[in-house]
Design a binder for this molecule. Structure first.
Ligand code: BGC
Length: 752
């Protein structure tokens, strides 16, 4: 038996007298029989340590609360030593020695930072995504963290919402697959290198009106079930240990206090048995939403199925009084307490509370070569080539002018929610490029401009990740001077890291004016220009699409961004990212998404002019700038004529769709082959197409391959107006292609 386990044996032991591990229920029954009411409520309390700021600063006396048994978990405490100290207080000073959960927003890596989640989704590479989560958990647990606030599976169709950066885009099918992969990657089998996942934000947070963060959400149940809920459900079924409720209202009730959501749906329908934590301060925010005072919101939250209070200090203040007055029951508290203790049991914290505090792992498990390679490879897969007029890849020769506010900045490459990053270890793009070209080419550099001309706006978007201020006129002159000398211009422009993520909604999604003005001046020189667009969301690039010869959307690629960009820019890897959010032409098209309903007056895709009495705009066509699933490569792919193994199937049957894909260009490259299905006539109107399968394949130059998709009845199911999950017989269309627009169609029928 381990020393630590021996040590706590006097108080708490998970091992029976016969030396066997006690089953979870038996152990927790025994433990709970010893707990006072106060200690039980303590388990439901989660407070911040303040080493990272992700909400209101609270300065809570963590050590004292822990010793008094009034704290079940902490977040934002950084450093293995600090975490171990706190855990030691929990074990040695609190009456029952119950260990703490240690949470952190480990969203896309830790010290090795992977691309932001939206970028990751553009790789469509589930294996790499799962591996990224595994590495993130390994690094996080090496530092003492045992609970990560990911995956974020909120579907979002409005790029004004900054938090689109944290999710997998607009499609529920892809969102499900990615959510599952992340849960598997983080949790594994709850070994020493695994952390507990937390699925967030339940639910519908991505549908905030007008893309303004924390704003109202309102939608029909049919839409909710068909478009928004599936990824949460998939992550629950994948075994995620915890869920986080969202800030928004669902059917007018703040999610944290919504019993239908947290109990009827999550627990009863989906049979979810993990625990539910609120988002930061959301029991108190329910007061601001206007449903009552803190006693009311605490009562409603607990009864709704919330188990742990993050940063509201509400449960700790209210629950015992609510119990005395009979507004909640002992069973309500016990249920929540039990779920929290179960999480600790699953993580092995009762076996060894210090299992995530091994000093030697700090030396061996962080920012390793293996981790860096995985991050670099993945980053290269996430870049989406939007346009290329025979300019890319670049040759390592001549003079390359590298211009833009993101070209030589160290802290912004990683993107939002990089709570474990160590920028001093990472290269800027300029440094990486200089290394990459060596003495074969010369890199000339100029910052060229600020992110925003307005210092206040730039300051507001900084949040600890500054980019130096320059005099815009002087910087532009300098940029034009080096451009005149250069053979090719590479612009590193776009958003700063914190212009997306939480509380980073934008009402204008174009390149800020000062950057646009520089870009236009550089294009006007007549030199070939490559735009590297850094962004945490789809941005509006209609002018760029017309006028800039090559555009590579690089999102925020994590700690290895610089090298990964060079891998692609200079052709050692071909770009293979495909958009997972539609890119609008103009802001007024938002929300714009590929899996929309048809309406009664649709305008067919690609219609060139305005049509009176049809569903369109006078001043812009309906088509996006770049559709969902879109992304170019250095090579070209040719799709053969797809074929189906039959034209009818029944509910027990299957059809196989086969399509031949050929690499007709000069580069070995990956392609993402996509399958969409449309239910032509159903009892409710169904989307014009829905992603139902995809395969990422590597084809050598000249190589061709048959790709097969099996179509079964599950792919044809949807929630009808009674919210029953059904497949209705009738006609369907299967569509296949390299994006959601350029597809070939086949018909088939589901027979009774
Ligand atoms: C965010 C969550 C995050 C939590 C803890 C909240 O403000 O909405 O996504 O996990 O803070 O940092």
């Amino acid at each position: 038996m381990k020393k630590t386990a021996l040590f706590i044996m006097a108080i708490l032991t998970v091992t029976s007298v016969f030396g066997q591990k006690k089953p979870m229920n038996e152990f927790i029954d025994e433990l709970m029989s010893k707990m006072t009411l106060e200690e039980k409520i303590g388990q439901l309390n989660l407070l911040p340590g303040g080493d990272i700021t992700t909400g209101a600063v609270m300065n809570s006396p963590l050590a004292q609360l822990t010793a008094e048994g009034k704290l079940g978990a902490v977040l934002n405490v950084k450093g293995q030593d600090k975490i171990k100290d706190l855990q030691q207080i929990a074990i040695k000073k609190s009456r029952l020695g119950i260990p703490l959960l240690i949470g952190q927003d480990v969203i896309h890596g830790n010290q090795t930072v992977f691309p932001i989640p939206l970028a990751q989704s553009c790789s469509w590479d589930l294996e790499a995504i799962e591996n990224g989560a595994r590495i993130a958990a390994k690094e996080a647990t090496a530092q003492g963290i045992n609970w990560v606030y990911s995956p974020m599976v909120d579907i979002a169709i409005d790029p004004r919402w900054g938090r689109v950066a944290e999710g997998a885009g607009e499609d529920p099918f892809l969102g499900c697959r990615i959510g599952e992969a992340l849960v598997r990657g983080y949790q594994g089998n709850y070994g020493k290198e695994n952390a507990m996942a937390c699925v967030k934000h339940f639910a519908l947070y991505g549908a905030a009106e007008a893309g303004r963060d924390y704003n109202t959400v309102d939608m029909s149940r049919v839409r909710m079930y068909n478009q928004y809920l599936e990824p949460y459900k998939a992550a629950a079924k994948a075994g995620a240990g915890s869920f986080m409720s969202s800030f928004n209202v669902v059917d007018g009730i703040p999610a944290t206090c919504n019993r239908w959501l947290l109990t009827d749906l999550l627990r009863n329908d989906w049979k979810y048995d993990g625990f539910v934590v609120t988002d930061y301060g959301s029991i108190n925010e329910a007061v601001v939403h206007g449903i009552g005072d803190q006693s009311v919101t605490s009562e409603r939250a607990l009864k709704a199925g919330t188990d742990m209070d993050m940063c509201s200090n509400a449960f700790i203040a209210q629950l015992s009084g609510l119990l005395q007055s009979g507004r909640i029951s002992q069973a309500d508290i016990d249920t929540a307490c039990r779920r929290v203790l179960e999480a600790k049991y699953k993580l092995g914290l009762f076996d060894d509370p210090y299992r995530f505090c091994e000093p030697k792992r700090l030396k061996t498990d962080l920012y390793t070569e293996e981790h860096r390679k995985a991050a670099r490879d993945m980053a290269a897969e996430t870049f989406v080539l939007l346009k290329n007029e025979d300019l890319l890849p670049l040759k390592k020769q001549g003079k390359i002018a590298l211009i833009g506010p993101l070209a030589d900045n160290r802290s912004n490459m990683v993107g939002c929610w990089s709570t474990g990053d160590t920028p001093e270890l990472y290269s800027t793009l300029k440094e990486a490029m200089e290394r990459y070209v060596g003495d074969k080419a010369q890199v000339l550099y100029a910052q060229g401009c600020n992110i925003y001309a307005d210092e206040k706006i730039q300051e507001g978007a900084t949040f600890g990740r500054p980019i130096s201020r320059v005099d815009d006129a002087e910087a532009k002159a300098e940029a034009l001077r080096i451009a005149a000398e250069a053979d090719v211009i590479v612009c590193a422009m776009g958003e700063m890291a914190e212009m997306s993520g939480e509380s980073s909604s934008r009402a204008d999604l174009s390149l800020p004016c000062v950057q646009m003005s520089l870009l236009k001046a550089l294009v006007a020189t007549g030199k070939p220009v490559v735009l590297l667009n850094f962004s945490g969301r789809p941005t509006i690039m209609s002018w760029e699409a017309e006028n800039v010869p090559a555009i590579l959307n690089v999102w925020f690629g994590g700690s290895e961004t610089g090298d990964a960009i060079c891998d692609v820019l200079f052709g050692d890897k071909s770009p293979s990212g495909h958009l997972t959010m539609t890119m609008p032409k103009v802001l007024g098209q938002i929300p714009i998404y590929y899996n929309h309903l048809n309406t009664g007056r649709p305008v067919p895709e690609g219609t060139g002019e305005y049509r009176k009495f049809q569903s369109n705009y006078i001043d812009v066509r309906n088509d996006p700038l770049y559709p969902f699933g879109y992304g170019l490569s250095y090579t070209t792919f040719e799709y053969g004529k797809p074929r189906l193994s039959g034209t009818t199937m029944n509910a027990n049957g299957k059809l196989t769709l086969t399509v031949n894909v050929k690499n007709t260009g000069k580069y070995d490259a990956d392609e993402v082959v996509q399958l969409y299905i449309r239910d032509v006539a159903a009892t409710i109107s169904r989307p014009v197409k829905e992603l139902k399968g995809f395969e990422r394949i590597l084809l050598k130059a000249g190589e061709s391959r048959d790709v097969n998709f099996t179509i079964d009845v599950d792919m044809l199911k949807f929630y009808n107006s009674d919210l029953q999950y059904v497949a209705e017989s009738g006609d369907f269309e299967a569509m296949v292609g390299g994006n959601s627009r350029d597809i070939q169609r086949l018909k088939f029928t589901l027979v009774e």
